[in-house]
Design a protein around this ligand. Structure first.
Ligand SMILES: Cc1cc2nc3c(=O)[nH]c(=O)nc-3n(C[C@H](O)[C@H](O)[C@H](O)COP(=O)(O)OP(=O)(O)OC[C@H]3O[C@@H](n4cnc5c(N)ncnc54)[C@H](O)[C@@H]3O)c2cc1C
Length: 224
């Protein structure tokens, strides 16, 4: 069995995100470009030593392939989990210039129908990260594709990558639909309140989603 191969990548930037989350950008050197090329939806395994323990965790790539080919950068978003070893270390200790052991992209949560006309993604909390890469890549790689995102959070102030989503909405006004479902903030429309469960998905499909026009792409489950 082959041993997983980690490479030291330099942290180019650490940017604050909502509710204590961080976006970590890695610079990928020329000789590793091919090893780190990815499909939107895949994840990286990050590895470090914390209090003498070898710790490895997976984080989905949230950036696009075009940014990878142009700027040679990969980005992940990390939301600190209460009592979590790696996520809190990354959110408070990592800084630009640090080196971190990173395994090349892996995972099968990727686009299965490359020419879908309309994709719909469901995400909650930090589950947005792989979907963000899939949305942006979908828009960049086709002039006509549409995407509808149903995104669950407690309240708007805790929406991870809200600015990135708004930028995408501004850029692709007629092709991207964002539907926020909030569990701890009142909305004008009751259907947009609560958690994304089976009943909510059915309600959304019946009222807001043009079922005949979309191809189910993925469902990102909330991370605990
Ligand atoms: C494919 C994949 C992609 C992912 N992508 C992302 C992403 O893009 N962004 C993101 O933020 N996360 C992502 N995750 C989750 C991420 O990998 C980590 O699991 C998460 O950050 C928590 O790691 P941690 O080391 O901080 O927490 P851990 O230390 O692993 O702890 C997790 C939880 O368990 C509790 N716990 C730990 N030990 C014990 C114990 N002995 N008894 C009781 N409770 C305990 C902790 O308090 C904490 O609440 C992804 C996971 C997978 C599998």
């Amino acid at each position: 069995m082959s041993v997983p191969r980690f490479h030291d990548l330099t942290v180019a930037r650490v940017s604050p995100e909502a509710a204590g989350s961080v976006a970590i950008t890695f610079a990928v050197p020329d000789d590793l470009q091919e090893s780190f090329s990815f499909q939107p939806g895949q994840f990286l395994t990050l590895r470090t030593t914390i209090d003498g323990q070898d710790v490895r965790r997976n984080y989905s790539i949230c950036s696009t392939r075009s940014r990878y080919s142009q700027a040679k950068e990969l980005e992940v978003g990390i939301r600190p989990m209460e009592g979590g070893v790696f996520s809190n270390w990354a959110a408070t200790q990592l800084k630009a210039g640090d080196k971190l052991a990173v395994m090349p992209p892996d995972g099968r949560f990727t686009i299965k129908k490359p020419r879908a006309l309309h994709r719909v993604g469901f995400a909650a909390g930090s589950g947005i990260t792989p979907i963000l890469s899939i949305i942006a890549s979908t828009m960049e790689e086709s002039d006509s594709a549409k995407f509808t995102l149903v995104y669950g959070n407690r309240r708007m102030s805790s929406v991870m990558f809200n600015e990135a989503l708004q930028d995408l909405k501004d850029k692709y006004k007629n092709r991207l639909t964002l539907i926020h479902i909030l569990s701890r903030q009142a909305q004008e429309v009751p259907m947009l309140e609560g958690r994304i469960d089976a009943a909510k998905v059915q309600q959304l499909i019946d009222t807001l989603l043009p079922a005949r026009a979309w191809t189910r792409c993925s469902c990102a489950v909330p991370r605990p």
